[in-house]
Design a protein around this ligand. Structure first.
Ligand SMILES: Cc1ncc(COP(=O)(O)O)c(C=O)c1O
Length: 390
């Protein structure tokens, strides 16, 4: 059999750091250890029943069995606009300012292909969600990392960027509530972002994957609530986290008309939109999920208290996240993030993600997902206490 060479474009894709973590975890599990996994970002609860039911009903409708409209159903775009009005007071034109996506990840990888030429610059948070790197690599664009440090509340400091980086940059990715740090963005930060982007002709892509998850009664802000935001960018809203629909592969982009048009043009060449019953269920999710979203938020908030409070009680100096379902924990002195993750895996059978996997500035931390039942969280705390290092 011939072995065909991969294209240079594929060879240029970044290495998947977390593949090696998955391997280590699989090895421990194969040895029969009872692992408690905080390492991944996969929501552990099922999709709410009313959404599943909407899919079941819609799939019985023969009208929905053919090709969907190329750019998605109008009813879903209208629901996205109503959702933004209801949740954030933001007015969206469903005919020009919404693009339906095959999950947030697909949108994040598509956007650099839509807007960048070889050598154009992209500003990316470090630590950050690894898929930003993939789209940038496929487009042959040039990366500039923006450090997110605890001293700066895990927000980028635009004043530290060089003139060259600012001039080269055409695109910037942001993500609040933040994966992996759990930080949220302030109104002022988004205002600074709009003026920075406007001055430097940069398109802002705000990844709002954890938009529904803000703690202590504080609802995370949409970037589009900022005056002038639509002039300089878009927001990506996935159904994966708010509605526990990670497997359904659906999201949407909202905001700047020219960016939405570019996304739809690329997608016209790649797909014929998403299976209509999924779009119908997504409409129901957006319009009728107030209670299930509130319940989910309370669940994560309770787990946050148990996990972070419990770790503080055993003497680990950690801070509670303001949003997202991740807690970003500083590793004790004397360990790298990988060494400490390995120790927790081998000696406590607790899986966490080493911060270095999210970028150079993630070193010194581990990311833990609040995606495990309370009883297991308490068990993990007991095991970590048993290590006797705090
Ligand atoms: C920050 C962030 N953005 C985007 C995504 C992608 O979400 P999806 O592709 O499921 O919509 C995730 C998923 O974990 C994420 O954490």
């Amino acid at each position: 059999m011939k072995t065909f060479q991969q294209s240079d474009r594929l060879k240029g894709l970044p290495e998947q750091f977390f593949a090696s973590l998955v391997k280590k975890v699989a090895k421990e599990a194969s040895e029969g250890h009872d692992l408690i996994n905080f390492g991944q970002g996969n929501p552990d609860k099922p999709t709410p029943e009313h959404i599943v039911k909407a899919l079941q009903e819609a799939s019985n409708n023969p009208q929905f069995h053919g090709y969907p409209p190329f750019q998605g159903h109008g009813f879903l775009k209208e629901a996205a606009a109503s959702f933004y009005k209801q949740e954030y007071g933001v007015t969206i034109d469903p005919t020009k300012e919404v693009a339906i996506l095959f999950g947030g990840k697909a949108g994040l990888v598509e956007i650099p292909q839509c807007l960048l030429n070889k050598g154009d610059g992209v500003l990316i948070p470090d630590p950050g969600y690894p898929d930003y790197l993939s789209g940038v690599a496929l487009a042959g664009a040039t990366l500039t990392k923006m450090p997110l440090t605890e001293q700066n509340d895990f927000l980028p400091d635009y004043s530290s960027l060089s003139e060259e980086d600012k001039q080269r940059a055409k695109l910037m990715f942001l993500n609040y509530p933040n994966n992996p740090t759990g930080a949220v963005a302030s109104k002022e930060f988004f205002e600074d972002t709009v003026s920075f982007a406007d001055k430097n002709d940069i398109c802002v892509v705000h990844d709002f994957a954890y938009g529904a998850i803000g703690f202590d009664g504080k609802k995370p802000r949409s970037f589009l609530q900022t005056e002038g935001a639509k002039d300089v960018g878009i927001e990506i809203y996935t159904f994966s986290k708010t509605f526990n629909m990670a497997g359904w592969r659906i999201a949407f982009a909202v905001g700047n008309e020219s960016v939405i048009k570019a996304i739809e043009l690329l997608q016209d060449h790649l797909y014929v939109s998403i299976f209509s019953p999924i779009q119908k269920a997504a409409e129901v999710a957006l319009l009728h999920s107030h209670k299930s979203v509130q319940d989910l938020l309370s669940l994560y908030e309770r787990r946050r208290e148990v996990w972070v409070g419990g770790l503080q009680n055993i003497g680990w100096d950690v801070k509670a996240p303001a949003g997202s379902f991740f807690a970003w924990l500083r590793v004790p002195k004397g360990y790298t993030s990988t060494e400490f993750s390995d120790l927790l895996l081998k000696k406590a059978h607790v899986v966490v993600a080493p911060g270095i996997g999210f970028g150079e500035h993630g070193e010194g931390y581990v990311r833990t997902g609040l995606l495990t039942e309370e009883t297991r969280i308490r068990e993990a705390i007991k095991r970590i206490k048993g290590l006797g290092i705090f």
